[in-house]
Design a protein around this ligand. Structure first.
Ligand code: SF4
Length: 308
């Protein structure tokens, strides 16, 4: 399938209050096309909620419920169980809607992690999307568990000391039916993964890398370029896994097989204002070398994990 052959129905309509160049509306647009209209979305506090507008003039055309920050697992899991009961009792008929979460890295990696892990372990029947913009962008760019090392945020004003958690991998280790990572730069890969996940019953998790021009401080026109550079440098890995069995995809698979070399990480980090301190530092060369070594180690680890 080509991008122009995607369904023409739009689930994000004009009127969004998101910043120009915002990645999350682009991502949600593709996801809407893959899920179709028979879907119910749960949204924790985030840019996706702040930018949706006020009822009855929201920019989303799917059913959307705003829930509290820590409750994505419990809310979507509870809704899925309630739907199950209603269908079992014959009170609802026809195709069952897809229940999905649309939650940022704050609600996934940090504040909502416990409930989400419990849902994954119970194999609750919903699809969790983490749109990972590597910070609490909605509240002015505070660091999250997904913020990379050396990135400046308002709560890491000298640059974050430690690296990121690998939450997609942690989710895979729960052995649920489906876990995947995706990038806006490869929309057909994202669409395919969502379509596949839609048809699976049980806990499904898809994390999409979302370069945020506002918090990361790069020009709004460069969102997709930054998404692509993240994958080409190996900073963001594309893979999918079923019941704990992992497969690397696309550019990441080519990097792993040595069919292509990773782009220099500097090409990805330098255009981002959040790394300005790193590039002014007298230790810049060592820090860049360390980042590249970490990228190489992570790829090697995932190649090994894919062999299990
Ligand atoms: S801060 Fe970032 S994620 Fe939030 S609306 Fe703006 S561009 Fe989108």
């Amino acid at each position: 399938m080509k991008i122009k052959e995607l369904p023409s129905t739009e689930y994000i309509i004009p009127g969004t209050g998101a910043c120009a160049g915002c990645p999350l509306t682009t991502g949600l647009r593709i996801i809407g096309k893959a899920l179709g209209e028979n879907a119910i979305g749960f949204l924790t506090p985030s840019c996706a909620v702040a930018s949706m507008g006020l009822t009855p003039q929201t920019c989303y055309t799917f059913s959307a419920l705003n829930i509290c920050f820590a409750s994505a697992g419990a809310s979507a899991g509870g809704a899925a169980m309630a739907l199950d009961a209603l269908y079992r009792k014959g009170k609802l008929k026809g195709e069952k809607p897809v229940v999905f979460n649309w939650v940022g890295d704050g609600g996934t990696y940090d504040i909502g992690f416990q409930g989400l892990s419990a849902s994954a372990e119970r194999n609750d029947d919903f699809l969790h999307f983490c749109y990972n913009n590597e910070a609490y962008s909605n509240t002015g760019n505070q660091r999250s568990g997904a913020t990379p090392q050396y990135a400046l945020t308002t709560t890491s004003p000298l640059g974050k000391e430690m690296g990121q958690k690998n939450v997609p991998l942690i989710m895979l280790e729960h052995r649920p039916p489906y876990v995947a990572t995706a990038s806006l730069a490869y929309p057909m890969d994202l669409y395919r993964k969502v379509e596949k996940a839609r048809k699976i019953t049980g806990f499904r998790y898809i994390e999409i890398h979302m370069p945020c021009c506002t918090s990361w401080r790069f020009p709004p026109a460069d969102t997709i370029r930054m998404s692509k550079l993240a994958v080409k440098t190996g900073s963001w890995l594309l893979w999918e896994g079923e019941y704990g069995k992992l497969t690397l995809n696309g550019v990441t698979a080519s990097l792993a097989e040595g069919k292509r070399k990773p782009s220099p990480v500097e090409s990805y980090l330098k255009p981002q204002g959040r790394f300005s301190t790193l590039f002014k530092s007298s230790e810049k060369e060592q820090q860049l070398a360390q980042i590249e070594a970490n990228i190489g180690r992570e790829l090697e680890f995932m190649v090994g994990r894919a062999k299990l």
